[in-house]
Design a protein around this ligand. Structure first.
Ligand SMILES: *Cc1c(COP(=O)(O)O)cnc(C)c1O
Length: 415
């Protein structure tokens, strides 16, 4: 494949940080993790950061810390990855979906209150809302927090896509009760596998830290270091979710570059927006004026009225030209587990279902060269123009011909 869907951004810098950590003789949770947590909390502007081995673990620990109980309900978006709802199932609690907004593809906050009311009528105790900042575009947090506050619900953000990101003038990670980030291989910064739970609440931070390592009440690495002692207490049946120092070392190197990595993602997004904004066969991602997008994913929606090919065919065409794409996401409610457990049908969340059939995620990552960005622009433009539907066909071809070729120039030229 010529242009893969993703390539991680790894330089000598990352390699030497990890090598340092290997040479130090301390491989698992230790001083590198402490440093990474401190630097991360400073970067976000929050009080506590707990490093763990995935965002899934962070979400699980967050729900444990806020006291989610069996049988309770947690509200989230169906347009997300498996992790967001499965952690609710770990407690034998019930994930409840609210359909998405067609433009941002985030949970439609306007529909949140009616969902809360209908759950309350059916006798559910609702514990929390998990907003997912889809593709790196913040959810509309003010009304969401207001509704959550009114109904005494905790808010745990799934911030796997958004680092760094802003809602209004606030950094994501400083807004709600607990925010969970992912450092999975393709996320905006990576530790291979890893995650971070951040909060300003000391009690929740302590609980998450203890539960991340077997419910043991003191930092494990101190047990074996010179100044530590051998004594520890198990205070709860915890989990094995700690981050290794090797991963934290990688995270430290990546965090230093988080702003420039975002800059490069934003440049690619603007180049795509510029080129694709004019194509009536598809629509480009929404971007509200009051947010700072993280551009983790660049998701276009195909317009079936303007195309003779469907989404799958479009992806196959790109693949045949060596361009990797993906689909984010197959809505949770149409997966067999959720269908069978809760009796969902696709039309239960009609917007998520309809949009799912039209979406394609194009490659966007800092390692993409200008040449590669240009190739994606040319391939997408060519495929949709060739497969333009009926009465629009000539008009679209004319449109494509009149496009200013300078617009396909390199990103560096525009800086
Ligand atoms: C990647 C992802 C997660 C899970 O992150 P891990 O670090 O792999 O556990 C959770 N939610 C969303 C929306 C994701 O994209």
């Amino acid at each position: 494949m010529l242009i893969p869907f993703h390539r991680p951004y790894i330089t000598e810098d990352e390699i030497s940080e990890v090598v340092d950590s290997l040479k130090s003789g301390w491989l698992t949770t230790g001083s590198k993790c402490k440093d990474f947590e401190r630097l991360f909390a400073e970067y976000i502007g929050c009080k506590h950061a707990v490093a763990v081995n995935s965002c899934t673990a962070a979400l699980h620990l967050a729900l444990e810390a806020i006291g989610l109980k069996e049988g309770e309900a947690v509200i989230t978006s169906p347009m997300t990855f498996a992790a967001t709802a499965e952690v609710v199932r770990y407690f034998n609690a019930r994930p409840v979906f609210v359909d998405i907004e067609p433009d941002t593809m985030n949970m439609d906050v306007a529909k949140l209150e009616e969902t809360i009311e209908s759950l309350a009528e059916r006798g559910y105790k609702i514990r929390a809302v998990i907003p997912v900042h889809f593709a790196g575009h913040s959810c509309d947090m003010d009304p969401l927090l207001e509704i959550a506050g009114k109904h005494d619900l905790r808010v745990v953000e799934d911030a796997a896509h958004i680092l760094p990101g802003k809602y209004k003038d606030k950094n994501i990670g400083t807004i709600s009760d607990i925010t969970c980030f992912s450092f999975y291989a393709n996320k905006n910064i990576t530790t291979g596998e890893g995650g971070m739970a951040v909060t300003d609440n000391q009690e929740w931070a302590d609980r998450m830290r203890i539960m991340s390592l077997h419910g043991i009440s003191k930092d494990a690495w101190k047990r074996y270091s010179a100044e530590g002692n051998w004594y520890y207490e198990i205070t709860a049946p915890g989990y094995k979710y700690n981050m290794t120092d090797m991963a934290a070392a990688l995270g430290i190197a990546q965090l230093r570059k988080a702003d420039s990595l975002l800059l490069r993602r934003s440049q690619i997004a603007s180049r795509y927006n510029e080129a694709f904004g004019e194509l009536p066969q598809l629509s480009i991602p929404a971007e509200s004026s009051n947010i700072q997008h993280s551009w983790h994913l660049y998701v276009i929606k195909l317009n079936p009225e303007r195309l003779t090919i469907n989404r799958d065919r479009f992806m196959a065409e790109l693949k045949s030209r060596g361009i990797g794409t993906s689909v984010h996401f197959i809505p949770l409610h149409i997966h067999p587990y959720y269908r069978n457990t809760y009796g969902f049908s696709p039309g239960d969340f009609p917007i998520a279902y309809e949009i799912f059939q039209k979406i394609v995620t194009l490659p966007i990552y800092p390692m993409m060269t200008d040449e590669e960005v240009r190739s994606v622009v040319e391939a997408v433009t060519d495929i949709v123009t060739r497969n333009s539907r009926g009465k629009f066909r000539e008009e679209d071809a004319r449109h494509a011909k009149n496009r200013n070729p300078r617009r396909l120039g390199s990103i560096q030229e525009t800086l």
